[in-house]
Write a protein of this length. Sequence first.
Length: 318
Amino acid sequence: MNEYKEFLNSLEDYKTEYADNYYVTLPNTTNFYVLFNYNRTNYTHTTKDTQAAKDNAKAAILNENFRKAFRAGFDRIAYQAVDTPADVAKDMMRNVASVPGLVSKSDGTSFGTLVEKYYAERAGETVSLADGQDPFYDPAKAMEYINAAKADGIQFPVTLDLPTYESSKSLVAACSSLKQSIETATQGNILINVVLMDYDTLVAACYGVASAEACDFDINTFTGWGPDYPDPKTFLDLFSTSEGYYLTSVGLHRTTEANYNAGDAAAIEALELDEYETLYQAAKAITNDMDARYEAFAKCDALLTENAIVISTGMDAR
């Protein structure tokens, strides 16, 4: 961590010396995520030594209040600022599953504004989901969600396994930041077990998983997406239960796969991804009215965001 502090201090000196030439680039369309494993079966790398602990952690991850407690306790700006100047780390914040400015309706309404509208309908409160700020970090709310999860039957503390690359000082430091902010904000109710892995093990467990069964984590920071084309579908098809590319990466089988099972079905129901699939297919089917299509896809993004199924950690470096 010290070498990164020295690096950031040197950047502050640069900013002072070359103030007229220091600027932050325009927002970009990449989005990085923290994702959970929603049906974990691989416990090769874990401190959980009883089936009860494994079952409780899985139940916690499937609990909406627990996921929102995690998000409210996660200081994402500090997480980005491990190896990025603080002002740039804040500018990098992204708060939806797609990109707010990816498309706009014919009247100029941005996709992000549409997501905010449907988020408010689901959450019962208006929240700015614009880039460049963190509307979710709130330790007091984290404890409210912890207490709600306790009322739902979750047993605390809950330990979550977080793998990272052992040879990358910046990645280890970022995981340490995540661990510190969440454990502090939740008063030790959510504990983070940082699992150091070599590159090949990490790829097999998190980054390039060959199957849902191969996912060996509770939370995974090696996820993100950049658009293949300028339409919300390029992000939101990732979590379709029938065709989603990222289903495997969150420990689930697609409903179209032969090995789709009861555990998948239970997770999909708990996460409301069955509702998501209905919304997604309806949006996908609209091809002759872009305004209606964007409205429909905004409902999809709002569900992922409001339910804390997808937690963005920010856009690409600026």
